[in-house]
Design a protein around this ligand. Structure first.
Ligand SMILES: NC(=O)c1ccc[n+]([C@@H]2O[C@H](COP(=O)([O-])OP(=O)(O)OC[C@H]3O[C@@H](n4cnc5c(N)ncnc54)[C@H](OP(=O)(O)O)[C@@H]3O)[C@@H](O)[C@H]2O)c1
Length: 395
């Protein structure tokens, strides 16, 4: 086995160009840790915020992002055997060939699953499940509004919400309406429509729960969309970014415009406001984490495990996916995974050759987020050299 491995490093705060590859000796697990050979790493909006220096608790650069991984246990450890498939919420460090994680963070997964699919369950489906069940405590027949319904968490909410028998509305730009509809939601184009008015028009008195990671003044509007007994779950603040990049002026405005909810007025209208942070809740309620993540959303919701088929060409998948997230062009979950060229071709992808630039990436079909890389020289690494790649997107 190679005694070195490669990881992606954020060299300083900034855009995708600050990512570097770093080769180093294999990490040694500390007591209580298990070393995982990473087969697929999720690419989340949170990774991008970390790169921009906007995510609370982000270490000073250089550091390795990567909120969640799917892989195999690298060597026998107490309670774990080598080769056992696992997933973990790493928060940092997942964009690497090997990562050491506390044993209690590991969740065993069945053998034979595609790591690029199982990694989707860790952050997005855990987040969606816990917000639905633990925070909003939805019950069958209730109505919900999901902002960013075409995104990673949004599509997970739709899928789990459908299985829970909810009536669902989802804000999304027009290009994502088809996927929102196919997952059982009624799409609302937030760019051209007042979503509160549309919700009132469709429901009469509003929805039972809203899931809002936009924040800023939108939290006020989401609160207005609730009916009596309704719950607003805030779980992000993308209002302070532009195309996934830090925008300090926007951040300041969003902060000032953010509603300050007062218990007295909430009491008067019978509405609730909840905050959700997946990582914090994991440490506050570890038993929930193990139960919710291990079961991928609980009995009856197993079909969601099959979700988000992503075919990712080996090569700079991480970079392509991050570009896609920055531009909000992606639908569903992204993953960076090591795949053979043959597997890409079998999956129906188009390998781009002779485009004059090594490593040119074509985002073939944003609905499935197939990312392919043209120069096939990098089979050894999960995340090869990043900075000389270009993303071209075709709708
Ligand atoms: N608190 C937690 O524990 C936790 C856990 C996971 C994720 N998050 C947060 O959840 C958010 C979503 O993450 P993700 O990975 O799902 O991101 P994502 O895949 O990039 O999806 C975000 C979606 O929001 C849409 N959008 C952007 N502005 C919008 C607006 N004003 N109204 C409605 N939709 C809008 C974007 O596309 P269109 O504009 O094209 O529709 C995009 O589809 C991020 O802010 C992330 O930090 C929080």
């Amino acid at each position: 086995m190679s005694q070195t491995h490669t990881r992606v490093v954020v060299s300083r705060r900034g855009g995708p160009d600050v990512l570097r590859m770093h080769e180093e000796p294999l990490p040694s697990p500390k007591p209580g840790e298990v070393r995982v050979k990473v087969r697929a790493a999720g690419v989340a909006f949170a990774d991008l915020l970390m790169r921009e220096g906007l995510y609370p608790g982000t270490p000073r650069p250089p550091f390795t992002p990567g909120y969640d991984v799917a892989g195999v246990v690298d060597a026998d450890a107490p309670g774990w055997r080598a080769g056992q498939p696992v997933v973990a919420l790493t928060k940092f460090g997942g964009y690497a060939e090997y990562v050491c994680v506390p044993a209690e963070s590991l969740v065993a997964t069945p053998t034979g699953l595609d790591p690029a699919e199982t990694v989707s369950l860790v952050l997005n489906y855990l987040t969606a499940y816990q917000m639905l069940r633990r925070m909003a405590r939805v019950t069958a027949g209730e109505r919900i509004l999901i902002h960013g319904a075409g995104g990673g968490v949004g599509t997970a909410l739709l899928e789990l919400g459908k299985l829970a028998g909810l009536e669902m509305y989802g804000t999304a730009s027009r290009g994502k309406h088809e996927i929102v509809q196919s997952l059982g939601g009624t799409p609302i184009d937030y760019k051209t429509t007042d979503f509160v008015a549309r919700i009132r028009e469709r429901t009469g008195d509003g929805v039972d729960a809203v899931f809002d990671a936009v924040g800023g003044k939108q939290w006020r509007r989401s609160y207005e969309a609730l009916r009596g007994g309704g719950r607003l779950v805030g779980y992000g603040f993308s209002a302070g970014t532009t195309n996934g990049r830090r925008d300090l002026a926007k951040l300041a405005v969003a902060f000032v415009q953010m509603p300050r909810f007062a218990p007295l007025t909430m009491m008067d209208v019978n509405k609730q406001v909840a905050g959700y942070n997946v990582d914090r809740l994991r440490t506050q309620r570890p038993e929930w984490y193990r139960r919710d993540d291990g079961r991928g959303g609980g009995r009856g919701e197993d079909r969601a495990r099959e979700r988000r088929r992503m075919t990712v060409g080996h090569g700079s998948a991480a970079d392509a996916a991050r570009h896609a997230v920055s531009r909000a062009t992606s639908i569903g979950r992204r993953a960076a995974a090591k795949r053979s060229r043959a597997a890409c071709e079998r999956a129906g992808g188009r390998i781009v050759r002779g485009c004059g630039q090594p490593g040119r990436i074509h985002l073939e079909n944003p609905r499935r987020l197939r990312i392919f890389r043209g120069s096939g020289q990098l089979g050894r690494l999960c995340f090869p050299v990043l900075w000389n790649h270009r993303l071209t997107q075709r709708e």
